[in-house]
Write a new protein. Structure first.
Length: 219
């Protein structure tokens, strides 16, 4: 049997097993020169917090990124965390993916299900389908039930808060999250480099402190 008759099968099917040859489709791979993709979303942030927009607060690392990239001064936002995340991850209007407000409730209508719609593909799902390894660290707040968490939306691994960051005091076991998250990211990157050629410029992530953390940080 040829490939044309079996949906891409490239082996051989004979009259017996001994006369047959199995085959498997090659795993997806983005290519040896595919870029790393890093998306950073900062909560509870405004123009007045960033030096590149005129703030007197020191944000040297973000300022360097801004100097080498694009800065926008005219854009539209949802002004809430869950809709912002849903729109960023799916590339679609937040109402169309079931997240018109924060994910703590459902109205019973398609525009507000309290989770990302099953019909909406996320950035992570698209990248993983192309052969990328995917990781999310930090706040999720797009549905805290196990079936709605990041690993159900294209992320291979996840470490962080499934709720809002203002729920932190209710979870004393997570007060080490910033420091632990940074170490998780480093271990994840080391595992990725052991499986694929090392990236030319490996990421080095710094922890972002939250309530209960004494780690100093400059953005």
């Amino acid at each position: 049997m040829s490939a044309e008759h079996a949906g891409g099968f490239t082996g051989r099917i004979g009259r017996t097993l001994a006369e047959s040859e199995p085959s498997w489709p090659p795993p997806a791979h983005p290519g040896e020169h595919a870029p790393n993709v890093l998306v950073v979303l900062l909560d509870d942030l405004g123009f007045s917090h960033l030096g590149c927009y005129g703030s007197d607060l020191p944000t040297p690392n973000i300022d360097r990124l801004a100097d080498r990239g694009l800065r926008y001064s005219n854009f539209h936002v949802t002004a809430l965390c869950s809709p912002t995340r849903a729109a960023l991850l799916t590339g679609r209007n937040h109402h169309t993916v079931g997240m018109r407000a924060i994910s703590n409730f459902s109205t019973g209508f398609p525009h507000m299900r309290g989770r990302i719609s099953d019909e909406a593909a996320t950035m992570a799902e698209v990248l993983r389908g192309a052969g990328y390894a995917t990781l999310m660290v930090g706040k999720w707040h797009l549905g805290d039930a196990p079936e709605f968490r990041p690993t159900e939306h294209g992320f291979d691994e996840y470490f962080g808060l499934p709720y809002s960051n203002d729920m932190w005091p209710l979870h004393p076991d997570l007060v080490r999250l910033p420091k632990d998250a940074a170490e998780r990211k480093r271990r994840w990157l080391r595992r990725r480099r052991s499986r694929r050629p090392a990236p030319s410029a490996p990421w080095r992530a710094s922890p972002r402190p939250g309530p209960g953390s004494k780690t100093s940080h400059r953005a």
